[in-house]
Design a binder for this molecule. Structure first.
Ligand code: ZN
Length: 191
């Protein structure tokens, strides 16, 4: 029997559900830089899509915390469903900014960092069936994982090679998971 605690060093998932073979062979260089503000609670999730992004993308910066200093970004756009959010992207996007948190905590983070409200903000309608919904049910219809939000925005800015690579990496990782659930349920019932 395989050791239950055997964990992949790279993706930190149990080796049975390691998704590394699905990651891009070389880290992707996105057309726009990616910045993610992550609620620390989100990083504790066994499966966090930002970890997958971190291992797949060259030009990504992740800030962990709840309150952040105001920063300057090159032609930024924040993906967040605020009241004033536009549903079209500015012509040139230099930096994509995402908030990684459950809906409630994303709202807290947005409100605790008022400077975020000054950034051009967009909300985009998903064009595909969510890949991730099977794994962690979104709290609201139409809400998607951070990785899927990025994939969507890359499609909108025409960075299609990278959006396709990320989509297949995410799909690989999600497809690996249900089996793991069964294995865990079984091992818990047996003990
Ligand atoms: Zn792995």
């Amino acid at each position: 029997m395989q050791n239950k605690r055997s964990v992949c060093e790279n993706c930190k998932r149990p080796t049975k559900v390691c998704y590394c073979p699905g990651l891009p062979k070389e880290k992707l260089s996105l057309k726009a830089d990616l910045v993610i503000f992550q609620d620390p609670r989100e990083d504790k999730q066994a499966f966090n899509s930002v970890r997958l992004l971190e291992r797949s993308i060259e030009n990504v910066t992740i800030f962990k915390g709840r309150v952040f200093f105001e920063q300057q970004f090159n032609n930024p756009v924040l993906l967040y469903p605020s009241k004033n959010a536009s549903n079209t992207l500015p012509e040139h996007v230099g930096t994509i900014i995402l908030i990684d948190a459950t809906w409630k905590f994303a709202k807290n983070l947005y409100n605790k960092n008022p400077w975020l409200k000054n950034l051009p903000t967009v909300v985009l309608q998903p064009v595909h069936e969510p890949i991730y919904a099977a794994l962690r049910k979104p709290p609201k219809e139409g809400l998607i994982s951070t990785a899927e939000a990025l994939i969507l925005i890359l499609e909108f800015i025409g960075d299609l090679d990278n959006s396709n690579s990320l989509r297949s990496a995410l799909k690989y990782a999600v497809d690996a998971e249900p089996w793991q659930k069964e294995v865990y349920e079984k091992s818990n019932n047996d003990s």
